[in-house]
Design a protein around this ligand. Sequence first.
Ligand SMILES: C[S@@+](CC[C@H](N)C(=O)[O-])C[C@H]1O[C@@H](n2cnc3c(N)ncnc32)[C@H](O)[C@@H]1O
Length: 226
Amino acid sequence: MKERLTVLCGEIEPCDTFADVGCDHGFCMEYALRHGLCRYGIAADISEHALRTAERRLARFVNQGRCRLVVCDGLAAIPKDVDLVMIAGMGGDLICRILDKDFIPRRMILQPMTDARAVREYLLCHGCRIIRDKVFAADRIYDLISAERASEADSYSERELEFGRDNLRTYNPAFCAKLEKLMELQREYIKKSPKESVSESLRQRLLYLEEIYDGIRNGNIGDTRK
Ligand SMILES: C[S@@+](CC[C@H](N)C(=O)[O-])C[C@H]1O[C@@H](n2cnc3c(N)ncnc32)[C@H](O)[C@@H]1O
């Protein structure tokens, strides 16, 4: 199994009903059923074509009555009392639109390919608590956000929204690699700009990234609330 999918599967906690929205190949659902992580699974995708691969992969579980496959847009055909929903491998804006269109599931595993900040903002503005929020390295660096509906929403600082709280509070080599890449890009922008037009905001951004990076490298990872 691909490294990214292995990490995603490792995030699935035992539950009664598990839905994988945008399941495509059906790997994660197969993993959950095979390892007894859920009693019942719903593998959903907007594309009938994509579901065909999942159908083959999950046939024996469907025959056992442990799983069904549905073609639907987002959560449209997912029961509201589902315990855990995975939405992975899509843009952050699409993940937010899916949550906004139907309902916010009790627990979620979200893996936005872009715009993790928008996902964090959406969750926090809609009364959710972010349980885990880390980047991980596979063939590239990905964000992984586990969240749940909560009675009291959490509030994040600017940098927590941008980078995720856990990445700032716990040493994570994948996050350091991400920062190194961002700093390198920023230095490139500055180098390529004609001297007189290097804007203050470019320099400020580099300083900001360096401050976070140095803090983490020096073990000064307590204060993330700026
Ligand atoms: C790149 S694949 C990711 C598959 C898998 N979740 C993963 O992480 O490897 C994205 C899948 O999401 C499906 N998809 C896109 N928009 C969707 C929507 N609104 N509702 C359900 N599925 C959607 C696509 O058809 C595709 O199969």
